[in-house]
Design a protein around this ligand. Structure first.
Ligand code: R5P
Length: 294
């Protein structure tokens, strides 16, 4: 029997004090269910509204690319500085410690390689697996204008339907075919299509001209991919311009793990993303950490 000793009637009901109605901090996400919002809050920092996702899923079609030969040695030391880890389930289970406390964005598409047609993807992870792995988001690529455009959009719709059933957000990644022009018009089209289909947030590339039109035309958050390795200062400038023009963070891989100081670079990127630190100052931070031999 429950212990009823000492049970007293409630007195302080705050009569007359209205219940606080707080809008959800993330663009386009106010009407989502609690579980979805809870997971999005693990991805995006509620204070800054932005995220630093560390992407190391490249092996799903590239194999052991530079910097990812030994993920345990190169990526695991960076985990404390990331908000989100983006990887495949194979790497998650075999290499990533389960007690990091970090949100996971799980790569849920695959089926091609650098030796074949990149847009020929399928959904590679079942929703049961995503739930079992306790992920905060599922990610798939869409290849607008590519040979397998239709199939990639169908993959996205399939993940969104499954994710919505269980409160798991879907990240649409805008993949770019070799023949595609990387401009604001293209990314405006691709990100908007993904948002209209119901993606929770979208990864785009940054473009110098009219990027703010891409973010403005997309009703849900956009994060930028880092892309090919750039000099550290240029990568920091790109991150700054992206967030300054409406991006909600970065999903960055090579510009962090291929840096000569990955620990310095991820901390510098994080300062830019969350605190809008100017690129020059962030670069000094990166150099300082690098010069400590880290
Ligand atoms: C593609 O391989 C993946 O989606 C990566 O996660 C994405 O391209 C971000 O990595 P990076 O900053 O190296 O472009």
């Amino acid at each position: 029997m429950a212990d009823l000793d000492g049970l007293t009637d409630g007195k302080d009901f705050g009569v007359g004090i209205p219940v606080e109605k707080r809008p959800f901090f993330l663009k386009g996400s106010n009407e989502l269910d609690w579980g979805m919002k809870n997971r999005l809050s693990q991805i995006f920092n509620p204070k800054s509204g932005r995220t630093v996702m560390l992407a190391f899923d490249h092996g799903y079609f590239q194999g052991p690319t530079t910097g990812l030969e030994r993920i345990d040695l190169t990526i695991n030391p960076l985990i404390p500085y990331a908000d989100v880890l983006m990887c495949t389930r194979g790497i998650l289970r075999s290499v990533v410690p389960p007690d990091t406390g970090k949100a996971i964005a799980l790569r849920c598409s695959g089926g091609q390689s650098i030796l074949t047609e990149l847009s020929n993807e399928l959904v590679s992870v079942d929703i049961d697996e995503a739930i079992r792995l306790n992920v905060s988001a599922m990610a798939t690529q869409i290849y607008i204008g590519s040979k397998h455009e239709h199939q990639s959009i169908r993959n996205l719709a399939q993940l969104i339907d499954a994710g919505n059933r269980y409160g798991i957000p879907t990240l649409a990644v805008t993949g770019v075919g070799k023949e595609m022009v990387r401009d604001a018009r293209y990314f405006g089209l691709a990100t908007r299509i993904a948002a209209e289909l119901g993606a929770s947030y979208i990864k785009s590339y940054f473009v110098e001209k009219d990027f703010e039109k891409v973010t403005a035309g997309c009703p849900v958050p956009i994060v930028i991919a880092g892309g090919k390795k750039l000099p550290e200062m240029e990568a920091l400038e790109m991150a700054y311009k992206a967030v300054d023009q409406g991006a909600c963070g970065v999903d960055m891989g090579r510009n962090i793990f291929q840096s000569d100081s990955p620990v310095g670079m991820i901390q510098a990127v994080s300062q830019v993303v969350h605190n809008l630190m100017r690129p020059a100052q962030a670069h000094e931070l990166y150099l300082e950490i690098k010069n400590q031999g880290k």
